[in-house]
Design a protein around this ligand. Sequence first.
Ligand SMILES: Cc1cc2nc3c(=O)[nH]c(=O)nc-3n(C[C@H](O)[C@H](O)[C@H](O)COP(=O)(O)OP(=O)(O)OC[C@H]3O[C@@H](n4cnc5c(N)ncnc54)[C@H](O)[C@@H]3O)c2cc1C
Length: 475
Amino acid sequence: MSENYDLVILGGGMGGYVAAIRARQLGLKVAIVEANLLGGTCLHQGCIPTKTLLKSAEIYQSIINSHEFGITTSEPVIHFSAIQNRKKQVVDQLYQGLQYLIEQNGITIYHGFGRLMGPSIFSPMAGAISVEHEDKQENTILIGKSVIIATGTVAKELPNLPFDGQYILSSNQALAMEDLPESMTIIGGGVIGVEWASLLNSLGVKVNLIEAQGHLLTGFDQELAKTLKRSLIKKGIHVLTDTRVAEYEISDNDQVNLVLENKQNKQTLTTNKVLVAIGRRANINQIGLDNTAIETDSSGFIKVNSFFQTKESHIYAIGDCIGGQQLAHVAAHEGKLAVEHIAGKDDKLAIANFAPSCVYSQPEVAAVGITEQTAIDKNINYKVKKMPFSAIGKALVNGDTTGFVKMIIDKDTDDLLGVHLIGNQVTELISEAGLALLLNATASELGLSIHPHPSLSEAIQEIALAIDDQPVHSQ
Ligand SMILES: Cc1cc2nc3c(=O)[nH]c(=O)nc-3n(C[C@H](O)[C@H](O)[C@H](O)COP(=O)(O)OP(=O)(O)OC[C@H]3O[C@@H](n4cnc5c(N)ncnc54)[C@H](O)[C@@H]3O)c2cc1C
């Protein structure tokens, strides 16, 4: 059976389904091919389930610390299966909502594994998609005038520490744990590793965090990364940077013995479980790229131009499978931009650069725009100011003055270049900075904008004033 569409999207994750909705709004006939569950990594294995677990961990910590607010209670008890049930309920509810949304938008879903075909009797151009159905019925062939590849990524494995689902886990496998281990060693101090370290530590698990580089959170402002490392260590997480796993063995008493090495020495660390979070690779191995002229870069991500077109100009690629900032909101944004280019409405491309990056650890980290290091590397005449949350009344009210806000502006134009935050709820505060960047605001304009008192958002106004040498509550 073959079917014709204006647009066929391979992969129904955040990138794919948002692209499909935008395509319907623009009047295109659109189909999504999804091998697993609509919503993809973000809804089922990423953003939503991890943040739901983090919320439970936060509540647990709030109860433990409630005496600081004049409230005492009996010792809280973690019921991990109930925490997991809540996570499932949240995901299920959002999944139902998404299915309804897709149906209401008139998007056709093909359940099955899709592969790009080369030129064939179905189409003289590469890019028809053959859908292999689970029930082994005959493949469906979908012919799209345009195609978007949005197949996401999968967790990378360490060759000397392969996933076994029992002792050595990927983040997907960790999410499915039925019980909390006594100890967990996390390999990889990037966003996913740091979030898991924070989550498990907050739930009382003994956590080791191992990072091969000299610092955590590569790509983020290093002052933030250093402050985060100090906070994690203070909370009891054993953080080892510049350290790699040389080998491992499973002992007779169900423990993992990891041999770790750094430049100076080797040491053995014993742990119940290991979570490997060393990054993700494009999920493109079996999708038929060989049947097309589509190219990949040296890291294995699909190469695209600034309109998200691959070497086959009618085939686009978006989201995690093209690398860059592997974030759900970036995938969604790229999906919309690709569809707008397909529909001949590509005037919004200029706004693609201002995606906030967030880490939902405790404390949280959030950033948008360039780092100070980038300003140095690019020889920009910049000015930078930093202000601690201890200067903000609401932070004291909340009982958490950890962290700071850092702002970088262009000294010549007063234009905002980057805002970097670490502290309580900064993943909420960052959107204002993103909007300011989008609107090309100056620091003076941000300082002029009246912020509610008391609120954590005053930190943004205060740093903007400080950068203009007019701070009110800080020096
Ligand atoms: C543990 C974890 C936590 C995260 N937390 C956050 C967060 O808090 N905030 C944030 O912004 N991002 C977060 N992310 C990243 C976020 O999940 C991704 O950026 C986002 O899901 C990318 O969307 P996508 O559409 O590109 O790919 P995906 O969501 O991965 O979707 C790809 C879809 O394509 C389908 N597919 C693949 N191949 C085929 C095929 N051949 N045929 C049919 N279907 C196919 C897959 O089944 C999948 O549904 C997290 C990721 C992880 C792993």
